[in-house]
Design a protein around this ligand. Structure first.
Ligand SMILES: C[S@@+](CC[C@H](N)C(=O)[O-])C[C@H]1O[C@@H](n2cnc3c(N)ncnc32)[C@H](O)[C@@H]1O
Length: 198
């Protein structure tokens, strides 16, 4: 196998994608809680295929438009439901068991830096996602401590993850030790397949 066939695991998003590639299968039901420019939604749409379903949330029209265009260009629009509201309404709007839920926090790259995800709504959505995830499924949260309010949101998400019961979830924090403290990092919460052994 040539070195080019492996992903360059620089940053939280690349690591999240490598995990999704390994786990998400055709026919799976998944959520992108922050579709933004649509890169995560597109990967999920390709992985679940026409028999699967992606629900993708965003509060900005600009983000939903960009995502729709990316999906159209890739021929993957039909398996994606774009939801123009906050992910804090996840519990109301999604009822099916989920293989993966992806959060890419912070602001829309190239967009309004004042429109950021917030600790309270993010944690509400994470709580809802936890209820829907199947054993072996996971939540992936790309965290951005560098912008105003980012560190507070990271602390809230870390607090939420640390409180998940260890007999039900394996919770990991992935940071690049050779990058600054402000670099994005990844929280991964995987629902255990053998929940009884603590
Ligand atoms: C870092 S961007 C997402 C990047 C995206 N996943 C991609 O691949 O391009 C964060 C997004 O979260 C959105 N957002 C902020 N608050 C939100 C909320 N409560 N619910 C859903 N999306 C929200 C912003 O509008 C922004 O588009």
């Amino acid at each position: 196998m040539s070195p080019e066939s492996h992903a360059d695991l620089r940053g939280a998003v690349a690591l999240a994608h490598s995990y999704l590639l390994e786990r998400v299968r055709p026919g799976d039901r998944v959520v992108d809680a922050t579709c933004g420019n649509g890169n995560d939604t597109l990967l999920l749409a390709r992985l679940v295929g026409e028999t699967g379903r992606v629900s993708a949330f965003d509060i900005q029209e600009e983000a939903l438009r960009a995502t729709a265009q990316l999906l159209d260009e890739a021929g993957c629009r039909q398996q994606v439901e774009l939801i123009a509201t906050g992910h804090e309404r996840l519990a109301e709007l999604v009822a099916e068991p989920l293989k993966a839920v992806v959060f890419n926090l912070g602001y829309l790259p190239g967009g309004d830096k004042g429109c950021v995800t917030r600790p309270d709504t993010t944690v509400t959505a994470l709580e809802a996602a936890c209820q829907l995830i199947v054993p072996g499924g996971c939540l992936l949260v790309a965290l951005y401590p560098g912008h105003p309010g980012g560190a507070e949101e990271c602390a809230a998400v870390e607090g939420w993850g640390a409180a998940l019961p260890p007999h039900l979830f394996n919770v990991w924090l992935h940071r690049q030790l050779n990058r600054p403290d402000t670099a994005p990092y990844l929280l991964q919460a995987e629902k255990r397949t053998r929940p009884r052994s603590a």
